[in-house]
Ligand binder design. Structure first.
Ligand code: ARG
Length: 371
Protein backbone atom coordinates (compact mmCIF):
# COMPACT_ATOMS: atom_id res chain seq x y z
CA UNK A 1 0.00 0.00 0.00
CA UNK A 2 1.26 3.45 -0.93
CA UNK A 3 2.09 5.95 1.80
CA UNK A 4 -0.66 8.43 2.67
CA UNK A 5 -0.28 11.69 4.62
CA UNK A 6 -3.54 11.00 6.45
CA UNK A 7 -2.24 7.93 8.20
CA UNK A 8 0.78 7.63 10.50
CA UNK A 9 3.17 4.91 9.47
CA UNK A 10 6.72 4.37 10.61
CA UNK A 11 9.08 2.61 8.22
CA UNK A 12 12.55 3.35 6.91
CA UNK A 13 15.21 0.82 5.93
CA UNK A 14 17.95 2.94 4.41
CA UNK A 15 19.34 6.44 3.98
CA UNK A 16 18.15 7.12 0.42
CA UNK A 17 14.70 5.82 -0.53
CA UNK A 18 12.01 8.47 -1.11
CA UNK A 19 11.46 10.38 2.14
CA UNK A 20 7.81 10.96 3.10
CA UNK A 21 7.85 11.77 6.80
CA UNK A 22 10.64 13.12 8.97
CA UNK A 23 11.39 14.74 12.33
CA UNK A 24 13.28 18.06 12.29
CA UNK A 25 14.94 19.15 15.56
CA UNK A 26 14.50 22.41 17.46
CA UNK A 27 17.09 24.74 18.97
CA UNK A 28 14.81 25.65 21.90
CA UNK A 29 16.57 25.89 25.23
CA UNK A 30 19.80 24.29 23.96
CA UNK A 31 22.66 24.38 26.45
CA UNK A 32 26.39 24.08 26.34
CA UNK A 33 26.68 21.41 29.02
CA UNK A 34 29.16 21.49 31.88
CA UNK A 35 32.34 19.45 31.70
CA UNK A 36 32.05 15.68 31.76
CA UNK A 37 34.39 12.98 30.51
CA UNK A 38 32.94 11.97 27.12
CA UNK A 39 32.07 15.51 26.12
CA UNK A 40 35.46 16.95 27.06
CA UNK A 41 37.17 14.35 24.92
CA UNK A 42 35.15 15.52 21.95
CA UNK A 43 35.35 19.31 22.27
CA UNK A 44 38.25 20.24 19.97
CA UNK A 45 41.31 21.38 21.93
CA UNK A 46 41.41 24.80 20.27
CA UNK A 47 37.63 25.31 20.57
CA UNK A 48 36.05 28.50 21.87
CA UNK A 49 33.73 26.25 23.90
CA UNK A 50 36.32 24.95 26.33
CA UNK A 51 35.65 26.02 29.90
CA UNK A 52 32.26 27.63 29.42
CA UNK A 53 28.79 26.30 29.85
CA UNK A 54 25.19 27.39 30.22
CA UNK A 55 22.20 28.21 28.07
CA UNK A 56 23.18 29.26 24.56
CA UNK A 57 22.68 32.97 23.77
CA UNK A 58 19.03 33.64 22.90
CA UNK A 59 19.82 35.32 19.58
CA UNK A 60 21.68 32.20 18.41
CA UNK A 61 18.75 30.01 19.50
CA UNK A 62 16.33 32.25 17.60
CA UNK A 63 18.48 32.25 14.48
CA UNK A 64 18.91 28.46 14.53
CA UNK A 65 15.16 28.02 15.02
CA UNK A 66 14.47 30.32 12.09
CA UNK A 67 16.68 28.14 9.87
CA UNK A 68 15.22 24.88 11.17
CA UNK A 69 11.67 26.20 10.66
CA UNK A 70 12.53 27.24 7.10
CA UNK A 71 14.05 23.83 6.41
CA UNK A 72 10.87 22.17 7.72
CA UNK A 73 8.77 24.41 5.42
CA UNK A 74 10.98 23.59 2.43
CA UNK A 75 10.42 19.90 3.07
CA UNK A 76 6.66 20.40 3.52
CA UNK A 77 6.53 22.16 0.17
CA UNK A 78 7.93 18.99 -1.34
CA UNK A 79 5.04 17.06 0.26
CA UNK A 80 7.18 15.62 3.03
CA UNK A 81 5.37 15.45 6.36
CA UNK A 82 7.42 17.10 9.12
CA UNK A 83 7.08 16.65 12.88
CA UNK A 84 8.89 18.65 15.54
CA UNK A 85 9.96 17.58 19.04
CA UNK A 86 8.67 19.22 22.21
CA UNK A 87 11.55 20.69 24.18
CA UNK A 88 11.94 19.69 27.82
CA UNK A 89 13.63 22.05 30.30
CA UNK A 90 17.30 21.49 29.54
CA UNK A 91 18.43 23.67 32.45
CA UNK A 92 17.38 20.83 34.74
CA UNK A 93 20.28 18.78 36.07
CA UNK A 94 20.56 15.06 35.44
CA UNK A 95 20.88 13.02 38.60
CA UNK A 96 20.78 9.24 38.77
CA UNK A 97 22.07 6.97 41.55
CA UNK A 98 25.34 6.82 39.58
CA UNK A 99 26.14 10.37 38.43
CA UNK A 100 25.15 14.02 38.48
CA UNK A 101 25.59 16.76 35.89
CA UNK A 102 24.30 20.30 36.14
CA UNK A 103 22.50 20.68 32.82
CA UNK A 104 21.33 18.89 29.69
CA UNK A 105 22.04 19.43 26.00
CA UNK A 106 18.96 20.16 23.87
CA UNK A 107 16.55 18.68 21.33
CA UNK A 108 19.04 18.84 18.56
CA UNK A 109 20.07 16.77 16.76
CA UNK A 110 17.41 14.02 16.64
CA UNK A 111 19.60 11.76 14.47
CA UNK A 112 21.87 11.17 17.47
CA UNK A 113 19.08 9.75 19.64
CA UNK A 114 16.58 7.99 17.37
CA UNK A 115 17.48 5.05 15.15
CA UNK A 116 14.73 4.01 12.74
CA UNK A 117 15.15 0.49 11.40
CA UNK A 118 12.16 -0.72 9.44
CA UNK A 119 9.06 -0.30 11.58
CA UNK A 120 11.04 0.30 14.73
CA UNK A 121 12.39 3.45 16.34
CA UNK A 122 15.06 2.71 18.90
CA UNK A 123 16.18 5.23 21.52
CA UNK A 124 19.97 4.97 21.72
CA UNK A 125 21.79 4.51 25.04
CA UNK A 126 23.78 7.73 24.45
CA UNK A 127 27.17 8.15 26.07
CA UNK A 128 27.18 11.71 27.44
CA UNK A 129 25.65 12.21 30.86
CA UNK A 130 24.05 15.48 29.70
CA UNK A 131 22.19 13.57 26.97
CA UNK A 132 20.85 10.79 29.22
CA UNK A 133 17.27 12.14 29.22
CA UNK A 134 17.31 13.56 25.71
CA UNK A 135 14.81 10.98 24.45
CA UNK A 136 12.13 12.79 26.52
CA UNK A 137 12.08 15.54 23.86
CA UNK A 138 10.80 12.94 21.39
CA UNK A 139 8.44 10.99 23.65
CA UNK A 140 5.32 12.99 22.66
CA UNK A 141 5.97 12.07 19.02
CA UNK A 142 6.84 8.45 19.71
CA UNK A 143 3.76 8.10 21.89
CA UNK A 144 1.65 9.48 19.05
CA UNK A 145 3.22 7.12 16.46
CA UNK A 146 2.66 4.20 18.80
CA UNK A 147 -1.00 5.09 19.24
CA UNK A 148 -1.65 5.71 15.55
CA UNK A 149 0.40 2.99 13.87
CA UNK A 150 -0.41 -0.52 15.13
CA UNK A 151 2.75 -1.90 13.54
CA UNK A 152 5.13 0.65 15.09
CA UNK A 153 7.67 -0.76 17.53
CA UNK A 154 8.91 1.77 20.06
CA UNK A 155 12.08 0.44 21.65
CA UNK A 156 14.65 1.81 24.06
CA UNK A 157 18.13 0.41 24.60
CA UNK A 158 19.15 -0.23 28.23
CA UNK A 159 20.06 3.05 29.89
CA UNK A 160 23.78 2.99 30.71
CA UNK A 161 25.09 3.78 34.16
CA UNK A 162 27.77 6.21 32.91
CA UNK A 163 29.94 6.00 36.00
CA UNK A 164 33.61 6.96 35.70
CA UNK A 165 34.28 3.34 34.73
CA UNK A 166 32.81 4.17 31.31
CA UNK A 167 35.62 6.58 30.41
CA UNK A 168 39.38 6.28 29.94
CA UNK A 169 41.06 8.87 32.17
CA UNK A 170 43.84 9.31 29.56
CA UNK A 171 41.39 11.35 27.50
CA UNK A 172 40.64 13.79 30.28
CA UNK A 173 43.77 15.86 30.00
CA UNK A 174 43.39 19.39 28.57
CA UNK A 175 46.00 19.02 25.86
CA UNK A 176 46.46 15.69 24.18
CA UNK A 177 47.32 16.94 20.71
CA UNK A 178 46.13 15.65 17.36
CA UNK A 179 49.19 13.44 16.81
CA UNK A 180 48.46 11.46 19.97
CA UNK A 181 44.73 11.42 19.23
CA UNK A 182 45.36 9.98 15.76
CA UNK A 183 47.68 7.34 17.21
CA UNK A 184 44.98 6.37 19.71
CA UNK A 185 42.29 6.35 17.01
CA UNK A 186 44.44 4.01 14.90
CA UNK A 187 44.77 1.70 17.91
CA UNK A 188 41.01 1.99 18.49
CA UNK A 189 41.64 3.42 21.90
CA UNK A 190 38.74 5.80 22.45
CA UNK A 191 37.41 7.77 25.42
CA UNK A 192 34.69 5.23 26.17
CA UNK A 193 35.63 1.91 27.78
CA UNK A 194 33.91 -1.46 27.33
CA UNK A 195 32.24 -1.28 30.75
CA UNK A 196 28.72 -1.59 29.26
CA UNK A 197 27.03 -1.21 25.85
CA UNK A 198 27.07 2.39 24.59
CA UNK A 199 25.91 3.76 21.26
CA UNK A 200 24.57 6.94 19.70
CA UNK A 201 22.09 6.46 16.86
CA UNK A 202 24.14 8.73 14.56
CA UNK A 203 26.98 6.19 14.50
CA UNK A 204 24.73 3.85 12.51
CA UNK A 205 24.05 3.91 8.76
CA UNK A 206 21.27 1.81 7.33
CA UNK A 207 21.78 -0.12 4.10
CA UNK A 208 18.68 -2.35 4.12
CA UNK A 209 19.75 -5.69 5.55
CA UNK A 210 23.13 -4.27 6.55
CA UNK A 211 23.85 -1.81 9.34
CA UNK A 212 27.23 -0.08 9.25
CA UNK A 213 28.32 1.19 12.65
CA UNK A 214 31.26 3.42 13.58
CA UNK A 215 33.31 2.36 16.60
CA UNK A 216 34.58 5.55 18.24
CA UNK A 217 34.00 7.95 21.13
CA UNK A 218 30.21 7.56 21.31
CA UNK A 219 29.79 3.90 20.34
CA UNK A 220 31.83 1.08 21.85
CA UNK A 221 32.17 -2.56 20.74
CA UNK A 222 29.64 -3.74 23.30
CA UNK A 223 27.18 -1.18 21.91
CA UNK A 224 27.69 -2.67 18.45
CA UNK A 225 27.27 -6.18 19.86
CA UNK A 226 24.07 -5.02 21.55
CA UNK A 227 22.76 -3.80 18.17
CA UNK A 228 23.75 -7.14 16.59
CA UNK A 229 21.71 -9.09 19.13
CA UNK A 230 18.84 -6.61 18.95
CA UNK A 231 18.56 -6.83 15.15
CA UNK A 232 19.07 -10.57 14.52
CA UNK A 233 17.82 -10.32 10.91
CA UNK A 234 20.48 -7.75 10.03
CA UNK A 235 24.19 -8.01 9.36
CA UNK A 236 25.95 -5.50 11.60
CA UNK A 237 29.38 -4.26 10.44
CA UNK A 238 31.91 -2.39 12.56
CA UNK A 239 33.87 0.34 10.78
CA UNK A 240 36.66 2.73 11.82
CA UNK A 241 38.02 5.88 10.29
CA UNK A 242 41.54 6.23 11.69
CA UNK A 243 42.01 9.71 10.16
CA UNK A 244 39.52 11.23 12.61
CA UNK A 245 41.02 12.51 15.88
CA UNK A 246 37.50 13.09 17.31
CA UNK A 247 35.44 10.16 16.01
CA UNK A 248 31.82 10.75 16.89
CA UNK A 249 28.89 10.13 14.55
CA UNK A 250 29.44 8.65 11.13
CA UNK A 251 27.48 11.20 9.09
CA UNK A 252 30.21 13.75 8.38
CA UNK A 253 32.51 10.90 7.35
CA UNK A 254 30.66 8.32 5.27
CA UNK A 255 27.54 9.31 3.32
CA UNK A 256 25.61 6.88 1.11
CA UNK A 257 23.70 8.68 -1.67
CA UNK A 258 21.98 5.79 -3.44
CA UNK A 259 22.55 2.06 -3.97
CA UNK A 260 26.12 1.70 -5.24
CA UNK A 261 27.44 5.14 -4.26
CA UNK A 262 29.02 6.49 -1.08
CA UNK A 263 30.83 9.77 -0.48
CA UNK A 264 33.72 9.41 2.00
CA UNK A 265 35.60 12.14 3.87
CA UNK A 266 39.09 12.23 2.24
CA UNK A 267 40.71 12.84 5.63
CA UNK A 268 38.91 9.84 7.09
CA UNK A 269 39.02 7.18 4.39
CA UNK A 270 37.58 3.76 5.16
CA UNK A 271 40.60 1.42 5.54
CA UNK A 272 41.18 -1.05 2.67
CA UNK A 273 40.52 -4.10 4.86
CA UNK A 274 37.02 -2.81 5.67
CA UNK A 275 35.98 -2.27 2.06
CA UNK A 276 35.38 -5.86 1.02
CA UNK A 277 31.57 -5.83 1.17
CA UNK A 278 31.44 -2.65 -0.94
CA UNK A 279 34.08 -3.74 -3.46
CA UNK A 280 32.58 -7.20 -3.95
CA UNK A 281 29.18 -5.71 -4.73
CA UNK A 282 30.39 -2.99 -7.08
CA UNK A 283 29.79 0.00 -4.81
CA UNK A 284 31.82 3.15 -5.48
CA UNK A 285 33.32 5.02 -2.54
CA UNK A 286 34.35 8.47 -3.76
CA UNK A 287 36.18 11.25 -1.89
CA UNK A 288 33.89 14.06 -0.76
CA UNK A 289 34.49 17.57 -2.08
CA UNK A 290 36.34 20.00 0.18
CA UNK A 291 34.26 22.04 2.65
CA UNK A 292 33.66 25.67 1.62
CA UNK A 293 34.75 26.96 5.04
CA UNK A 294 38.09 26.89 6.83
CA UNK A 295 36.61 26.95 10.31
CA UNK A 296 33.36 25.84 11.93
CA UNK A 297 30.99 28.58 13.15
CA UNK A 298 31.36 29.84 16.77
CA UNK A 299 30.53 27.50 19.69
CA UNK A 300 30.34 24.48 17.39
CA UNK A 301 31.26 20.90 18.32
CA UNK A 302 31.61 19.71 14.76
CA UNK A 303 34.28 20.11 12.12
CA UNK A 304 33.95 21.87 8.76
CA UNK A 305 33.03 18.46 7.32
CA UNK A 306 29.37 19.07 8.08
CA UNK A 307 29.62 20.02 4.39
CA UNK A 308 28.99 16.35 3.58
CA UNK A 309 26.24 15.93 6.19
CA UNK A 310 23.55 15.95 3.51
CA UNK A 311 19.96 14.71 3.61
CA UNK A 312 18.98 12.46 0.72
CA UNK A 313 15.32 12.96 -0.27
CA UNK A 314 15.31 10.22 -2.90
CA UNK A 315 18.02 8.48 -4.94
CA UNK A 316 18.17 11.47 -7.32
CA UNK A 317 17.67 14.40 -4.92
CA UNK A 318 19.78 15.66 -2.05
CA UNK A 319 19.65 18.62 0.36
CA UNK A 320 23.02 20.40 0.65
CA UNK A 321 23.80 23.37 2.89
CA UNK A 322 23.58 26.56 0.85
CA UNK A 323 27.11 27.84 1.43
CA UNK A 324 28.69 24.44 0.68
CA UNK A 325 29.26 25.21 -2.98
CA UNK A 326 31.93 22.55 -3.62
CA UNK A 327 29.80 19.82 -2.12
CA UNK A 328 26.81 20.97 -4.19
CA UNK A 329 28.90 20.98 -7.35
CA UNK A 330 30.10 17.44 -6.67
CA UNK A 331 26.53 16.23 -6.05
CA UNK A 332 25.53 17.70 -9.38
CA UNK A 333 28.38 15.87 -11.12
CA UNK A 334 27.31 12.66 -9.42
CA UNK A 335 23.91 13.06 -11.05
CA UNK A 336 21.96 14.31 -8.04
CA UNK A 337 19.53 17.20 -8.12
CA UNK A 338 20.61 19.61 -5.36
CA UNK A 339 18.16 21.33 -3.01
CA UNK A 340 19.93 24.22 -1.28
CA UNK A 341 19.11 24.66 2.39
CA UNK A 342 20.51 27.41 4.60
CA UNK A 343 21.61 25.88 7.92
CA UNK A 344 25.13 26.96 8.81
CA UNK A 345 24.05 29.19 11.70
CA UNK A 346 22.43 26.14 13.29
CA UNK A 347 25.55 23.92 13.04
CA UNK A 348 26.57 24.86 16.57
CA UNK A 349 23.46 23.11 17.87
CA UNK A 350 24.87 19.73 16.99
CA UNK A 351 25.14 19.29 13.28
CA UNK A 352 24.02 19.61 9.70
CA UNK A 353 21.12 18.52 7.52
CA UNK A 354 21.38 14.79 8.22
CA UNK A 355 21.98 15.28 11.96
CA UNK A 356 19.06 17.64 12.50
CA UNK A 357 16.54 15.13 11.12
CA UNK A 358 15.35 11.61 11.94
CA UNK A 359 13.52 9.36 9.49
CA UNK A 360 9.93 8.37 10.13
CA UNK A 361 8.97 7.00 6.73
CA UNK A 362 10.75 6.24 3.49
CA UNK A 363 9.36 4.20 0.62
CA UNK A 364 10.90 0.84 -0.12
CA UNK A 365 11.51 -2.38 1.73
CA UNK A 366 14.40 -4.13 3.38
CA UNK A 367 16.70 -5.12 0.55
CA UNK A 368 19.94 -7.03 0.49
CA UNK A 369 22.48 -4.78 -1.27
CA UNK A 370 25.45 -7.00 -0.35
CA UNK A 371 24.40 -10.55 -1.21
N1 ARG B 1 31.96 14.28 14.14
C1 ARG B 1 31.52 15.01 13.00
C2 ARG B 1 32.54 16.07 12.61
O1 ARG B 1 32.81 16.93 13.39
C3 ARG B 1 30.18 15.65 13.20
C4 ARG B 1 29.06 14.68 13.17
C5 ARG B 1 27.78 15.31 13.53
N2 ARG B 1 26.74 14.35 13.39
C6 ARG B 1 25.68 14.26 14.16
N3 ARG B 1 24.80 13.34 13.87
N4 ARG B 1 25.51 15.02 15.20
O2 ARG B 1 33.05 16.08 11.53
Amino acid sequence: MAWSPDKTEVKSWNEWDTLRHVIVGRADDCHIPPEEPALDAKVPEDSDMRGQWGRRPQETIDRANELLDNFADQLRKRDIKVDRPVSIDHAQPVTTPDFHTDSQFGCMPPRDVLLTVGREMLEATMSYRCRWFEYLNYRPLLKQYWEEDPRFRHEAAPKPRLTDADYHPDYLSEKIGDAKRLEWAAEKFFVTTEEEPLFDAADVLRFGKDLVVQHGFTTNLKGIEWLRRHFPDHRVHTVNFPGDPYPIHIDATFTPLRPGLIVNNPQRRLPEDQREMFNKNGWDIVDAAQPAHNTPPPLCYSSTWLSMNVLVLDPKTVCVEKSEVYQAEQMDKLGMEVVEVELRDAYAFGGGLHCCTADVYRDGDCEDYFP
